[in-house]
Design a binder for this molecule. Structure first.
Ligand SMILES: *Cc1c(COP(=O)(O)O)cnc(C)c1O
Length: 373
């Protein structure tokens, strides 16, 4: 039995008629950039999140970069984020000219440890950039409280957490700005690159829109130098179709996660926990002592896995210049050696999950589910 890590083809086939029709409608108008499909999606996503402003951009990396710039962050400023994130988070900080300041993760949630943030704040700190890693909301209440106290911005990297809730609000809407990636494999994924910035702040929204469109409100009248980062109409149309399914798909991910947790409990493996009430399971990440051995065993049995991410930010070659030492962020470093992401996507079936767990049990030399007791 082959178990893919995720299967984008199934989702396309299930809603093929709607996808084909919505893309054909864009082709029929030939309005590819800033066409009506973009505004329609922005309105729908705003209603879904309960947020005043939504700006479609080219990708999640740009969403972060433009948000930081909209907050006026640049050279000489510092931005605090987690040591265990995808490179795009820190890349966006560097792209503004600001300095990356890393903080370790909490070992249970894998999100930034709020109790370590204050000691990383200096006179140059301008923003905190929490990442809702794997689909789990970061501890936003303490983060927002620290930010208020020190007059810092909070920019949420919600690229892995579309639709997750934090104390009654959707993530992305709790801080000053929320950033989403709609890379195809994300919980709300386009048929190519796409990104979204959301905010309740009128001035920030205005700035983001200006920056994302070459610094112009009126064509060829450029108030500032901006960037070219727009959500295109084809992707917006696809995202509108997918948005209607997002809660259902996230609910399926939650069911799969519950099933994995139930079947894996009792095995000598660390299973993920829901810390802040809601988790949309972009990834289902376990920790195993012999992670590489387990990954190979699963691969040999036709089961695809991933590692998110094999090196924390400070140990990446790209960041040697930051001069952080090995041992600086022990939680992130130890997790990076043990974490393994198991297959997770809405269309996963119970048979496939049982197959994955049987194979894990076999590797850990415990009785298979079928033969237990
Ligand atoms: C995917 C992702 C991004 C970047 O999004 P792109 O659309 O690929 O540019 C940023 N941060 C995190 C945590 C991500 O997972």
């Amino acid at each position: 039995m082959q178990v893919p890590f995720l299967d984008l083809q199934m989702q396309y086939q299930q809603h093929k008629h709607e996808f084909d029709a919505c893309m054909q409608a864009v082709l029929d108008t030939s309005s590819y950039i800033q066409g009506p499909a973009v505004g329609q999606f922005e309105r729908k996503f705003g209603e879904y999140l309960g947020v005043n402003h939504v700006a479609g951009v080219a990708n999640g990396t740009d969403a972060l970069y433009l948000s930081l710039r909209a907050c006026g962050i640049g050279p000489g400023d510092e931005v605090i984020t987690a040591a265990n994130t995808f490179l795009a988070t820190t890349e966006a900080i560097s792209a503004t000219g600001a300095t990356i300041v890393l903080v370790d993760a909490d070992p249970t949630s894998y999100t930034i440890d709020p109790y370590l943030i204050e000691s990383a704040i200096t006179a140059r700190t301008r923003a905190i950039l929490p990442v809702h890693l794997y689909g789990q909301p970061a501890a936003l209440d303490p983060i927002v409280a620290i930010a208020r106290k020190h007059k810092l911005r909070v920019i949420e990297d919600a690229c892995q957490a579309h639709g997750a809730w934090y104390h009654g609000q959707r993530v992305g809407t709790v801080g000053d700005i929320g950033c989403f990636s709609c890379y195809p494999g994300k919980n709300l994924g386009a048929f190519g690159d796409a990104g979204i910035v959301v905010t309740n702040d009128d001035a920030l929204n205005d700035r983001i829109r200006l920056l994302a469109n070459h610094g112009s409100r009126t064509k060829y009248v450029h108030e500032i130098e901006g960037w070219n980062s727009r959500l295109d109409s084809l992707q917006a149309a696809v995202l509108s179709v997918k948005l209607a399914q997002l809660d259902k798909w996230n609910a399926r991910r939650c069911q799969h996660a519950e099933r994995y947790r139930e079947l894996l409990s009792g095995l000598p493996i660390k299973i993920p926990h829901v810390v802040n009430e809601s988790h949309v399971w972009h990834l289902f990440v376990v920790e195993a002592e012999d992670r590489d051995g387990l990954a190979k065993h699963l691969a040999d049995n036709g089961i695809a896995t991933g590692i998110h991410y094999p090196l924390p930010i400070h140990l990446l070659p790209a960041y040697a210049h930051l001069a952080y030492k090995r041992g600086a962020f022990p939680v992130s470093e130890q997790a990076a050696q043990k974490i393994l992401s198991l297959p997770m996507f809405p269309e996963l079936t119970d048979d496939l999950i049982v197959n994955v767990v049987d194979s894990i049990s076999e590797f850990l030399a415990v009785p298979r589910l079928g033969c237990a007791s």
